[in-house]
Design a protein around this ligand. Structure first.
Ligand SMILES: [Zn+2]
Length: 300
């Protein structure tokens, strides 16, 4: 190896080590700080049997039914008590939650699942692509590309829940009259799952889509896990094909929860601000634009 080559390697090593420390500090800060999206937030009914029970930014949703409830996402490890308090505040019991679902295996959405599972006794369903990662408390997530080893750092793992069921794209999960369809919209994580389900609100039936996440992972720009581009292409197509009245995502700011929530007070129909098929398409369009731009920049 030439002297220059060695120098380059050492510099790269130092840069990688600094990056690791920086990522650890940022994640820890994010988790600890209120700005990480886990300030308590007011729980409320979105429509019919569909409720918001998440924190100020990391979301959780409750679908209630006569044979038990379904809870989507557990926030950070520290969000679980807030979710339980929100469920209680709405007059429901955590022990009636029979099914736990997850959008994806990241710390801020799967971190509280173990505590919620313990409190409820519910069975957890995770897509095949994310199941091993969730069962390992986040270890092995490929989104960090060459920095994937960071996900194995014990300090950065979340309490691992028990994964009771693994499913494939298109699976249906039923609990009494509640029925959700799983759409594996991979890319952000390998098993990133969007959910679609009907909600009966008075005499109307509304189509709800919970988008997993379309945020581009570091892996896409730094080094890719096999098939990540094709995954994103397919995810955009899948999401565009779904009928939608109400849409939500794993981060509240992305679907305009604050704006929609405050609009409720000013209109006769409190569900109306959440009926937003245009916003749904705008969200997909802007994510796809970022994706295309990144690919174009990489070509240069
Ligand atoms: Zn994520």
């Amino acid at each position: 190896m030439t002297r220059n080559g060695l120098k380059k390697k050492i510099l790269l090593g130092v840069a990688a080590a600094l990056a690791v420390v920086a990522v650890i500090l940022v994640i820890k800060w994010k988790e600890a700080s209120d700005h990480g999206g886990q300030q308590p937030a007011e729980p409320f009914r979105i429509a019919g049997n569909f409720y918001y029970v998440g924190a100020n930014d990391v979301t959780s949703f409750l679908l209630t039914g006569p044979e038990g409830h379904v809870l989507i996402d557990g926030g950070y490890p520290g969000t679980a008590p807030m979710i339980m308090a929100s469920i209680a505040k709405l007059g429901f019991k955590i022990t009636d939650v029979k099914v736990l679902l997850n959008s994806h295996a990241h710390f801020d959405h799967a971190g509280g699942l173990a505590a919620l599972q313990k409190a409820s006794g519910a069975e957890l369903w995770v897509s095949e692509g994310d199941a091993d990662i969730v069962a390992a408390g986040g270890a092995g997530e490929p989104g960090l590309g060459p920095f994937r080893f960071i996900s194995y750092v014990p300090l950065l793992r979340y309490p691992a829940p028990r994964v009771d069921h693994r499913f494939k794209d298109g699976a249906t999960i039923r609990l009494g009259p509640i029925e959700l369809t799983a759409h594996v919209t991979a890319g952000h994580t390998p098993g990133c799952t969007s959910w679609s389900f009907p909600v009966r609100d008075g005499d109307r039936e509304l189509h709800v889509v919970h988008i997993c996440s379309l945020t581009l992972p570091l892996a896409l720009s730094l080094g890719e896990y096999p098939g990540i581009r094709a995954d994103f292409e397919r995810s955009f197509r899948t999401l565009r094909s779904l009928p939608v009245d109400i849409w939500v995502t794993s981060h509240a700011r992305e679907f305009g929860r604050y704006r929609k929530f405050s609009e409720r007070a000013r209109v006769a129909d409190p569900v109306a601000p959440f009926i937003d098929p245009d916003g749904y398409l705008r969200y997909i369009n802007s994510a796809e634009l970022r994706f295309r731009k990144l690919l174009a920049d990489k070509q240069r």
